[in-house]
Design a protein around this ligand. Structure first.
Ligand code: NAD
Length: 467
């Protein structure tokens, strides 16, 4: 009898051991790390990974982020080239700068600065805790930049992340997730901290947004996706569209302003949400500004009939930008209306009224309408109107401190660049860290690791205060 019991015990132990060794069949990864056939599998794997990740130290998190930076640096040229090819938008050298910028200047764990209160009644800590699994939706205009930037910030904060990339940039987005996984695996991180699906689609985004294991959503894109995450019932960060005006007054350094505006508005063919989309200039200096802009690579269209032809080409009948020309080179657009310009032409400029579709719509093309106004008060008022309360980005060129202060107060954008190109606002030629998720609508601003945390308070009563 005793021997039978021992045998049964032994068999039971072996079965349990075998069960423990059987690979988890519930999540079906593809043969590529971090890439899953179904959204449910991706979320479940990220959830499991986040629980393991919670046991790792802050030093480990930083080590994993350093590994991502180092590995992805070797891919920057490939990312820039392939995004330009796959999306048909933007230009290679600027995409190199953008990707490099993310790897160099996205904050890591140093962003999580705990708070402390001490006094007669003890000590209270304010800590930044992970949210869990974050569902991140990324755009076609900065696909690799947003995936890398979100991964660094979200992992620094102790989360895992499930990406829903734009289907128009799916191949390079998936490869970016694979490369991030290669770096993480080599550095000894838990598997599946950063995941996505093999076939990104609207249906997959919908499943991700509704999945009970996803505790935070972060959308970087146009108004539709921001509305969708804000009505999800979950904690959501919305980084939406902008229509950044640039104001130039009579006190500005006009040569410097002209160069900064053309540099900014032609950067990656005007794809960045922060790029100068319309220029409002005081009449007194308008002619000189336009003259200087041409020196810095702008092509001026003067006659009304050609401006109308350009409008009919790049704007659809419904008033939306014609997708065929989003992010295209200026000389390519000009060729379509019969103008032969060289590749040195970086932007198209033309004078328009303030209510022209070029000024009111976010075209994301290197076309800059110039609106001439009587004085700086009128310029600021029109700037506020065209920004439409999106709380995104604006620029101003002026040497008048009162004007600079007043514009900052009235425009209320998340980023305001004074006397520089728009990209100074995300750390290129201006101070400060970078991000490619600028959350105006939900107020996190230029997101970094701390935006992806839950703030927790830990109170010790009547102890540890040593004053
Ligand atoms: P998009 O809105 O077409 O797509 C962005 C992402 O949202 C994609 O992954 C897409 O599949 C998804 N999506 C779109 N509609 C959705 C919906 N209703 N429900 C769920 N998911 C949805 O944007 P795009 O053309 O790829 O990018 C350009 C836009 O994004 C511009 O408006 C630009 O200003 C904005 N943008 C903003 C920021 C920022 O930080 N604020 C950064 C980059 C781009």
């Amino acid at each position: 009898m005793e021997s039978t019991l021992k045998e049964i015990e032994q068999i039971t132990r072996m079965v349990i051991q075998q069960l423990n060794q059987t690979p988890d069949q519930t999540c079906r990864p593809t043969h590529r790390p971090g890439i899953f056939e179904s959204m449910d599998d991706a979320v479940e794997a990220a959830h499991k990974a986040q629980r393991e990740y919670f046991e790792y130290t802050l030093a480990d998190r930083q080590r994993f982020i350093d590994a991502i930076r180092a590995h992805l640096r070797t891919k920057v040229d490939e990312m820039a080239r392939r995004v330009t090819e796959e999306t048909g938008m933007g230009n290679f050298p600027h995409k190199v700068i953008k990707n490099q910028l993310v790897l160099d200047q996205t904050p890591g764990v140093e962003d999580l600065q705990s708070g402390v209160f001490t006094g007669d009644r003890g000590l209270t800590l304010l800590e930044f805790a992970p949210f869990g699994v974050i569902g991140a939706i990324t755009p076609s205009t900065n696909p690799t930049e947003t995936i890398m930037c979100n991964s660094i910030g979200m992992l620094a904060a102790g989360n895992s992340v499930v990406f829903s990339p734009h289907p128009g940039a799916k191949n390079i987005s998936i490869d970016t997730v694979v490369w991030i996984n290669e770096a993480l695996i080599k550095a000894g991180a838990p598997e599946n901290l950063v995941v996505t699906v093999a076939e990104p689609s609207m249906e997959a985004v919908g499943r991700m947004m509704k999945h009970p294991l996803v505790s935070m959503l972060c959308a970087t894109g146009g108004p539709g996706v921001v509305r969708a995450v804000l009505s999800s019932g979950k904690k959501a960060i919305g980084a939406g569209a902008g229509n950044p005006p640039v104001v130039v007054d009579e006190t500005a350094d006009i040569e410097k302003a002209a160069k900064a505006i053309i540099d900014g508005c032609s950067f990656d063919n005007n794809l960045p949400c922060i790029a100068e989309k319309e220029c409002i200039v005081v009449d007194q200096v308008a002619d000189y500004l336009i003259f200087q802009m041409q020196k810095y690579g702008a092509y001026l269209i003067e006659d009304r009939e050609t401006i109308t032809r350009l409008r009919d080409l790049v704007v659809t009948e419904t008033g939306a930008p014609n997708k065929a020309f989003i992010g295209k080179d200026a000389h390519v657009i000009l060729k379509e209306i019969g103008i032969d310009a060289g590749e040195e032409i970086r932007a198209i400029i033309c004078e328009t009224p303030g209510n022209h579709v070029f000024a009111e719509e976010e075209l994301m093309m290197p076309i800059l309408p110039i609106i001439r106004v009587g004085d700086v008060q009128e310029a600021m008022k029109l700037g506020v109107k065209l920004e439409r309360g999106l709380r995104h980005t604006a620029m101003i060129h002026s040497k008048n401190i009162d004007t600079l202060t007043e514009f900052a107060r009235v425009i209320q954008t998340t980023i305001l660049v004074k006397n520089g190109p728009s990209y100074a606002g995300i750390g290129v030629g201006g101070e400060g860290y970078t991000t490619f998720t600028i959350a105006g609508p939900t107020g996190e601003g230029l997101t970094s690791a701390s935006a992806f945390t839950r703030k927790r308070r830990c109170v010790l009563v009547d102890g540890f205060a040593i004053r």
